[in-house]
Design a binder for this molecule. Structure first.
Ligand SMILES: NC(=O)C1=CN([C@@H]2O[C@H](COP(=O)(O)OP(=O)(O)OC[C@H]3O[C@@H](n4cnc5c(N)ncnc54)[C@H](OP(=O)(O)O)[C@@H]3O)[C@@H](O)[C@H]2O)C=CC1
Ligand SMILES: Nc1nc(=O)c2c([nH]1)NC[C@@H]1CN(c3ccc(C(=O)N[C@@H](CCC(=O)O)C(=O)O)cc3)C=[N+]21
Length: 275
């Protein structure tokens, strides 16, 4: 079966709408990109569409060189009209951490600055990375995570690692395995898991024969094959497991949560300025 993410999306949408209606100022999100790949282009489109729906101001800055990324992030961090800064990943030819530390942690709506990621490791989820948070929200709406065996395929600092930290938090307490390209016998691990999270960026990496009957499979992958968006999980997997669809699955919730974080950033800014 495919998992219906509409109830999760609706809850988040209603929450954002009501919080925005209480603000006197229009939130603004900016995206900084450099040599965007297919999945980044798909995300930027999704951000554009979703920000319009909530009447959040949105602007994309395409850097012309690695040096230009640093300059843009610096300027946008100081700009009082900007509440959220999104920096695309991957960034070819750029030291990503050097770029991330240019972002004001209060505007780091994806929680990628080392300060926010460090806070996450301590269980503080002020700005949890949106994709990891999306996966947690989908899972919490359909199952009880505690004690479940969860395998994450992918160890990126953008998705796999923060997700592992979030699944391990004491109030969730999943048993977590993380796999990558050097993992041997991937199918032995996936076959014994209650929850499989595929975040590798490889179409058809997970197939029906690799998963346990009635397990939950979260498809994070965004791959463009023959001009169409597909995930990391083959279609037939949904015959024996509950799978999130691509498109219209994790990506949709990720985009909504990014918007929610921009609203949160404005709320915190206003709260601090009233102190
Ligand atoms: N739906 C959404 O909201 C989002 C979707 N994405 C998508 O998710 C995917 C992953 O993104 P991201 O984490 O940024 O990607 P990265 O390329 O940074 O990381 C991919 C990870 O997957 C591992 N991997 C790749 N191939 C295999 C394989 N055959 N077997 C096991 N592990 C493998 C890599 O291992 P190693 O470390 O050994 O190289 C690496 O750890 C992409 O398709 C991206 O577009 C990303 C963010 C949000
Ligand atoms: N710093 C950073 N953070 C990310 O989270 C990040 C990133 N960089 N780089 C690229 C990948 C990919 N990604 C997507 C998220 C949602 C959709 C999405 O919502 N897609 C629509 C389809 C849109 C369409 O049809 O074009 C859907 O799945 O329904 C797509 C892609 C986030 N990523």
């Amino acid at each position: 079966m495919y998992i219906d993410i509409k109830p999760t999306a609706e809850k988040i949408t209603n929450n954002i709408t009501s919080r925005i209606s209480n603000l006197d100022i229009q939130p603004k999100l900016v995206a900084v990109t450099y040599k965007p790949d297919d999945s980044t282009i798909s995300y930027l489109k999704s951000q554009q569409k979703t920000s319009r729906k909530f009447n959040i101001k949105y602007e994309i800055f395409e850097a012309i060189s690695p040096q230009n990324i640093f300059k843009l992030l610096n300027e946008l961090s100081k700009d009082n009209t900007v509440h959220g800064i999104f920096l695309t990943h991957p960034l070819p030819d750029v030291n990503e951490i050097e770029a991330l530390i240019q972002i004001n942690p209060d505007k780091d709506v994806e929680g990628r600055h080392p300060y926010n990621l460090g806070m996450l490791a301590y269980g503080n989820e002020k700005f949890p990375p949106c994709t990891a948070e999306a996966i947690i929200k989908i899972l919490e709406d359909i199952t009880n995570i505690t004690g479940k065996n969860a395998v994450i395929i992918g160890r990126s600092t953008a998705v796999g690692k923060p997700l592992a930290l979030m699944l391990l938090r004491k109030d969730r307490s999943a048993t977590v395995t993380i796999c990558h390209t050097k993992t041997q016998n991937l199918e032995n691990i996936t076959k014994n898991s209650d929850i499989v999270i595929a975040a590798a960026g490889k179409a058809n990496l997970i197939t029906k024969n690799m998963v346990k009957k009635n397990s939950i499979v979260i498809d994070v992958g965004i791959n463009v094959v023959n001009n169409k968006i597909v995930g990391d999980v083959s279609k037939d997997t949904s015959e024996i497991a509950d799978v999130t669809p691509v498109p219209g699955g994790v990506g949709k919730i990720t985009t909504l949560l990014l918007m929610e974080h921009v609203v949160k950033s404005v709320e915190l800014m206003l709260k601090n300025s009233n102190k």
